[in-house]
Design a binder for this molecule. Structure first.
Ligand SMILES: [Fe+2]
Length: 454
């Protein structure tokens, strides 16, 4: 609720001199809703940047309790088209025709081929006289080299649309290959944010897991084995033309992958919701995603054929993915990358190992939001102090992980404790994500978080 200026200024705690300065600043940002309880933070802005020196574009205003920063500018983008529902796979031929294409290349992995999903799709397309090629060499947490292997196949014939089919790895490879087909530069020039000049070949992304939300993100992540790091490309050129989400495709997913990918989705949503640059718009999807995961991940793991749980997990993953474009992830993902880059720990497992410990570290930065996460995960926080309620979010995540994930400590993955220092140094390089964390993580903090997770 935003209050009228009259009511805001009637706040009895506003001293006369402060009221003038408050009004002066607020008059220059009239479109930003300001709450009565926002005053302390606004005054802090005045004190920090002076009345005349602030930059409207960079200006941050306050969150619900007047002490948390909220980025005022929201940039939100989606796939060109979003199609979701059980059995929507059969719409694929029509979608391809509507795009004016007739020569698709499927980009996937051998697991999808062995599960018969690739053949199903081929049959659906060939029924409509659409011939289809297939590249099935995508690996988990793929190396940069896989992009070039796929690029070679994509160039060999006159394919006109790429279909990414599988988990986040296949979807990410599809995105990157699409832009390399139309841009002449080397991939190394595209790592980072907004570095791709031209739109890529059209893509249709079809997830078969419920975790990465990659079908709705402008992000692709690849493993650089030389630097032992995961590297990200972030660009609106990576959004697909169509995201087709058919939860029936996830019913054959093994329980362990359901668990790890589900925790990855939970991590996306928690890191978006508690992000330093969180947005009310993003918060809505993030919190609902957290609620859906709390209510459905155990069911999807214990009975993969539970189509309602599968649908809800696909939805939660999609919501989580939608949050990543505007605000992206934070400390958990930054610290998880060295685990994947150095020790090939699958992304979802790395996140599940670190999530509770990074949350615990972050609690003081925004206990209100962590209390809401606890509630969304089904915890009864009535009668608890704010800090107790916030702590319940960590307890709930630990409990959920224990219920669905087998590995709970880093040491169980044969990672030597000696590696912690190097991992912390590597994590500190992931500044694009560390900058989003609600609490600053120093090198020493990173070491301690790894030790706690060990
Ligand atoms: Fe992730």
């Amino acid at each position: 609720m935003s209050l009228s200026p009259g009511r805001r200024l009637a706040d009895p705690c506003v001293r006369r001199g402060v009221r003038k300065r408050y009004q002066k600043v607020h008059n220059r940002i009239p479109k930003i809703p300001v709450r009565n309880d926002s005053l302390p933070f606004l005054l802090k802005i005045i004190a920090e940047i002076g009345e005349n020196n602030y930059n409207l574009e960079e200006l941050e205003t306050l969150g619900k309790n007047g002490s948390k920063k909220v980025k005022t500018v929201l940039h939100f983008q989606m796939p060109g088209r979003l199609i979701m529902g059980g059995g929507t796979l059969k719409e694929l031929p029509r979608i391809i025709q509507q795009l004016g294409k007739n020569n698709p290349l499927i980009v996937t992995d051998t697991g999808i081929v062995e599960a018969g999903i690739c053949e199903r799709i081929k049959a659906v397309l060939e029924n409509e006289n659409i011939e289809v090629g297939c590249f099935d060499k995508v690996e988990p947490d793929p190396r940069i080299e896989i992009v070039y292997d796929c690029l070679e196949v994509a160039k060999a014939k006159s394919y006109d649309v790429l279909i990414g089919l599988g988990g986040g790895s296949s979807l990410d490879i599809t995105k990157v290959v699409s832009i390399l087909l139309t841009n002449s530069g080397d991939i190394s020039g595209y790592f980072g944010i907004d570095k791709i000049p031209e739109a890529g070949m059209d893509t249709i992304l079809i997830p078969t897991t419920a975790g990465t939300g990659s079908e709705a993100t402008p992000i692709a992540v690849l493993s650089d084995k030389k630097e032992h790091l995961k590297k990200g490309i972030v660009s609106d050129k990576l959004y697909p033309k169509v995201a087709l989400i058919d939860p029936e495709l996830t019913t054959s997913l093994p329980a362990n992958i359901t668990a790890y990918t589900g925790i990855d989705a939970l991590t996306h949503s928690i890191e978006a919701y508690t992000n330093k640059y969180s947005q009310p718009f993003v918060d809505t999807f993030a919190l609902e995603s957290i609620r859906l995961i709390g209510a459905n991940l155990r069911k999807a793991v214990s009975n993969g054929k539970d189509i309602e749980a599968r649908y809800n997990m696909s939805l939660a993953s999609l919501y989580g993915g939608m949050c990543l474009g505007p605000v992206n992830t934070a400390g958990v993902h930054a610290l998880a990358y060295p685990l994947g880059g150095t020790f090939d720990v699958p992304h979802g497992i790395a996140n599940s190992l670190l999530l509770p410990y990074v949350m615990e570290f972050n609690l003081p930065a925004n206990p209100e939001k962590y209390a809401k996460i606890a509630s969304a995960l089904g915890e009864d926080i009535r009668g608890l102090s704010l800090n107790e309620a916030a702590q319940r979010s960590v307890d709930a995540v630990v409990q959920l992980s224990r219920n669905v994930v087998i590995i709970s400590r880093m040491r169980d993955l044969n990672i030597l404790a000696d590696a912690i220092d190097d991992m912390a140094i590597a994590a500190m390089k992931v500044t694009r994500l560390l900058n989003n964390n609600p609490r600053e993580i120093t090198l020493e903090d990173a070491k301690q978080i790894y030790k706690n997770a060990y």
